[in-house]
Design a protein around this ligand. Structure first.
Ligand SMILES: C[S@@+](CC[C@H](N)C(=O)[O-])C[C@H]1O[C@@H](n2cnc3c(N)ncnc32)[C@H](O)[C@@H]1O
Length: 121
């Protein structure tokens, strides 16, 4: 088995939730270490309940925001310094409900709410 096949096999076992997401989508939007694997590890210890509000500070292209909203039905406020709220809002996160992309300013003043989106993930 090739090394990447071994890694995939290990990752599929270790991160069963992340396995459900398309690899191409992950690769296209990752800006650092695998954000879904990090979120899946974190949420093994972080207790989240539906409806909770989560601030995803430094969300990048909102991979982690989408994962949290979809997997735990929490309401995510996503903000990033380099990636504008408009870019995230028109990008892949538009397909997820319960995410609000917020422009990163010292006061987090501008938001474009996606709440109520009827498009299923
Ligand atoms: C290595 S990238 C990771 C992005 C994302 N979390 C991911 O895993 O794909 C770090 C991100 O942190 C953001 N960032 C750094 N300082 C920030 C700040 N003060 N407020 C908001 N975002 C910040 C950057 O804009 C950048 O997109």
């Amino acid at each position: 088995m090739e090394w990447h096949g071994q890694v995939k096999s290990w990752a599929d076992d270790r991160y069963p939730r992340s396995r459900a997401y398309e690899l191409d989508w992950m690769m296209d939007n990752m800006m650092g270490p695998n954000a879904l694997w990090l979120m899946e590890s974190l949420t093994e210890r972080l207790h989240l309940e539906p409806g909770m509000r989560v601030l995803d500070m430094g969300c990048g292209k909102a991979l982690s925001s989408i994962f949290l909203a979809k997997e735990f039905d929490v309401q995510v406020w996503a903000t990033d310094l380099w990636i504008g709220a408009g870019e995230n809002w028109t990008g892949s996160s538009r397909r997820a409900s319960r995410i609000s992309c917020v422009r990163s300013t010292p006061r987090l003043t501008t938001s474009r709410s996606l709440l109520g989106s009827s498009t299923p993930w």
